[in-house]
Ligand binder design. Sequence first.
Ligand code: ADP
Length: 452
Amino acid sequence: MTEKINMTTQEDHLLDGLVWLIRLRWIAIAGILITVLITAWILNIKLLVVQIYAIAFIFFIFNIIFLYRLNILKKASSKSIRALNFQAHFQISIDLVCLTALLHFTAGIENPFIFYYIFHVIIASILLEQREAFFQITFAVILFLGVSYGECFGLIKHHSLGLNSPFALYNNKIYVFGLSIVFISTLYISSYMAASISKKLRKREQSLRDANRLLKEKETIKSRYVLKVTHDIKEDLAAIYGCIEPVITGIIGTLIEPQETMLKRAQRRSKFLIRYVNDLLVVTNMKLTKNLKSIKFSIPQIVTDVSDHILEHADKKNISYEVEIDSGIDEIEGIPESIKQALINLLMNAIKYTPDSGKISLNVQQKNKSVLIKIKDNGVGIPKNSLPKIFDEFYRVENSKLNDAQGSGLGLAIVKQIAQMHGGNVHVESEVDVGSTFYLEIPYNFKRQDIT
Ligand code: ADP
């Protein structure tokens, strides 16, 4: 299992690196063109422009080939590490050959850009295993020695930049030897340093991934445990509630006043507990359910269904309820039951935390590729310091004015989970004694996201 995860990480790392390399290459090609423009036409330095542009063009063609090959590899269902490694070697080798050719046509060892080999060494050391990177660095050294000693001993032509310098360095054997020593040692030392840092970072990344996976596993075990306990409690609670009902209604016999009062209190409490346990079941179930099936459904229809349910509660407190849906809003993709649940939770809260004769409203509008549902009330509001915590599980604000409002502290956590699950989000703006507005944003196209 761990082995498989390690492999996937390594492949992802290599794939990301190759994508990055292709992007860098476009910048390098632009860099070559700009440098030629500046050197040849502004600084008036004699350059073999045709040869340099030809190399830049070949470089460009190769980058298109790399991009094409990489897209094929990306689409493959299982990415083979060998194919990716081959790609990395191929790309780095072509880069080194092109750089060497460019340097050869621009004064070879006398060109200060000779140190650009270091970039390729660092790239190879980050992307490849240390042993494999060593091959590329040795290839870079061979190319460097080929150009510098080839020009030094007259085996290949030296192309000077025509700077009218009295000193020619390319055929100065002591200079070429000294530079080779410094240059080669710099390449190997840079490679060793880059590879060591990259190895440490990769190890740390891997241990973070492992820790994260372990945390998720523990969270799943905890959720399963909560689900089981909650389920058992719910059944017993429902049975208790079922026993109280016939006694209160007097079917079994007439009750005296204190008995009725006590039983009504017990009924109220068990009703609250059933709701609490239900909320807990919803939260836990959502964390455990992986394969949810999404469908297309009408948002106006869901709003109508929810409103029918809400109106009855709003009427009891003489609260006015307004609905406004922008024209053009129709179907979205998602889980209708969950969206319904989120709207009910938000609207029930609005009613619960708004005093009698208050005002609540629901507004649906389009926002980019999402629908934005705004639920506004003119209730007690939420203190500023509680705002960042109200979507946390079990968090409840001490509402001094409505402290008889019962709740589990799970309603908003459920809304947040539903928003996350749809790839959307929820947030709130609120002011104490003025009211609150909750914003629920759901994308038109459903893309299942993990719940945190
Ligand atoms: P609860 O079951 O306590 O209502 P929620 O998770 O739904 O739990 O809400 C968390 C807390 O956020 C509530 O205890 C309440 O203090 C505050 N809250 C939620 N909605 C509103 C609202 N519309 N107006 C004022 N306070 C609210």
